[in-house]
Design a protein around this ligand. Structure first.
Ligand SMILES: N[C@@H](CCC(=O)N[C@@H](CS)C(=O)NCC(=O)O)C(=O)O
Length: 216
């Protein structure tokens, strides 16, 4: 049985949950609470499993351990190619990956919990400055993705065509995160239209943070 060490609000965990749901793969949900007791990700037991002290950590049916949500999702794509999360030609797949990476490399790491904690802890920024930092990176990243989606004729119901891909799998959790941090999203109608469409799919709905066993 696949095991997923994850946290309901973690957007990287949320990506993997969506991919597992789309692929129809069941898994054991093992919660790692990122804020309780200073963060369970820092506990020696968890660091043994994932020395990065980040969620998610994926354990395959064979007991192989993997970190990094996009590596996990590409592994799932290889062991269960249908439905395809990276469809199309080589250039189309690279385009889909470029949107996924724009979110997971350019937006998400700057707004990760440990970065925000460093700003308010070590650098003594107040809550207002933290929110300004957070909104800045979401807004600049989303503005560029919005333009890309509006300019590209391959944009359909979803980021690429009419079936969900790894781009949507990264987009929806990032929107969830931005909504939670109260970033105004009215300037990104295409991103929001795609997010609304994805949320209507059962797989995305089942992966939603509030429905997870560790949600409070
Ligand atoms: N690039 C990694 C990012 C993993 C990551 O940053 N996870 C966050 C939650 S979304 C985390 O565990 N943060 C804990 C912390 O910042 O202390 C991936 O895609 O898996």
């Amino acid at each position: 049985m696949i095991q997923l060490y994850n946290y309901f609000r973690s957007s990287a965990s949320y990506r993997v949950r969506i991919a597992l749901e789309l692929k129809g793969l069941s898994f054991d949900y093992i919660p790692v609470h990122l804020t309780r007791d200073g963060g369970e990700q820092f506990k020696p037991e968890y660091r043994k499993i994932n020395p990065d002290a980040l969620t998610p950590t994926f354990i395959s049916d064979e007991g192989e351990r993997l970190t990094q949500s996009l590596a996990i999702i590409e592994y799932l794509e290889e062991i269960k190619p249908e439905p395809a999360l990276l469809p199309g030609t080589a250039i189309e797949r690279a385009y889909i990956r470029s949107i996924a990476l724009q979110i997971s490399c350019e937006i998400h790491p700057l707004n990760n919990l440990r970065v925000l904690n460093y700003l308010t802890g070590t650098l003594s920024l107040d809550a207002q400055h933290k929110s300004t930092w957070y909104a800045h990176w979401v807004e600049s990243g989303f503005a560029s993705i919005e333009q890309k989606l509006n300019d590209d004729k391959r944009t359909g119901i979803f980021c690429f065509g009419d079936t969900p891909t790894v781009a949507d799998i990264c987009l929806v959790p990032q929107v969830f995160n931005a909504e939670r941090m109260k970033v105004p999203l009215d300037h990104y109608p295409t991103i929001m239209r795609i997010t609304t469409a994805a949320r209507q799919l059962e797989a995305f709905a089942r992966a939603e943070p509030s429905l997870q066993p560790d949600a409070f």
